[in-house]
Design a protein. Structure first.
Length: 306
């Protein structure tokens, strides 16, 4: 296994809420009030829709606001990876990724493990770091290990998905991968949105099913898989080892798409979550003060242990 390369779930498509459009010579994200399933092929006009997008739209008979899905893993944190993330705008590479306690940061001396006090309390990432989540799901039965990935920097989606996954894992006895679930788009208004609707993603049991029926189907699916020799625990372990094999999950090509979709051009002056470059960030006075503070703490520890 190549070291330093995170092995992530095979992706056959994307789940998006909106698209990137060109306005005034700039490529800017445009929000939508429905899901769109795309392939991994991108043209000048944007991402090419996946064939399942048309199939699901015909089934819904209206806007695509609900998608029947299954999860790949029983472990909540394998299905949804959420972290505080700061991206390099020039190449899409992660600069710093943390969980509110510890972080991994790209520095001139390589990847370093440092404390993560959350973006609001971090001098290094304040204003340029924000939550970023990835949810991998199965849609259809054509490829049981292939997944569609939903990426989001929306706090409402990340919090709701994390809570639902935790609850479903608890009440099903850890049968997340066997539950018949549905991704659902919901709307809400807040004072920050100036009463305009904002959309976030939720997880529920399939339309037309009760929770008891979903649990019964999950148990039947688990028994069916076991009889066929399907080892879910081994799959979860393999995924956990694969994620841990690299410092950061996103490759450069993935990060570039993330920056384009969530950190539009022209927002650098407003500081919305991606820095111009690692070099620019390291020249920031806050970076120098933080590095000095970190080195001071390291010297204090060495003195204490010595």
């Amino acid at each position: 296994m190549i070291k330093g390369l995170a092995l992530t779930p095979p992706v056959v498509g994307r789940i998006a809420i909106g698209k990137v459009v060109e306005k005034g010579g700039k490529r800017l994200p445009e929000k939508d009030d429905e899901f769109t399933l795309t392939s991994q092929v991108q043209t000048r006009d944007g991402w090419v829709n996946h064939p399942l997008d048309e199939v699901l739209r015909k089934q819904s008979g209206a806007k695509l606001r609900a998608i029947p899905i299954r999860l790949l893993f029983d472990d909540v944190d394998l299905n949804l990876r959420a972290s505080y993330t700061l991206f390099d705008r020039t190449n899409g590479r992660p600069v710093c990724v943390g969980n509110g306690e510890t972080c991994k940061r790209a520095t001139g001396n390589g990847i370093q493990a440092l404390p993560c006090p959350t973006p609001h309390a971090c001098e290094f990432g304040q204003g340029v770091c924000k939550p970023y989540g990835r949810l991998n799901v199965r849609i259809g039965d054509e490829d049981e290990l292939g997944s569609f990935v939903f990426r989001t920097t929306g706090f409402n989606s990340i919090r709701t998905l994390a809570a639902r996954l935790t609850y479903f894992a608890a009440l099903s006895g850890g049968l997340l991968s066997c539950l018949p679930l549905e991704m659902r788009l919901r709307g809400k208004s807040t004072t920050q949105s100036h009463r305009a609707p904002i959309y976030y993603v939720d997880l529920t049991v399939r339309t037309g099913m009760t929770l008891a029926e979903a649990l019964a189907e999950a148990k039947a699916e688990r028994d069916k898989r076991r009889a066929a020799g399907f080892d879910q625990a081994a799959l979860d372990l393999a995924a956990r080892v694969g994620f841990a094999n690299g410092a950061f999950e996103e490759l450069e090509e993935d990060g570039t798409s993330v920056v384009e979709e969530f950190y539009p051009e022209g927002d650098a002056d407003e500081v919305t979550g991606a820095v111009g470059s690692i070099k620019d960030l390291q020249q920031n006075p806050l970076h120098g003060r933080l590095d000095a503070r970190i080195k001071g703490r390291q010297q204090e520890r060495q003195t204490e242990t010595g």
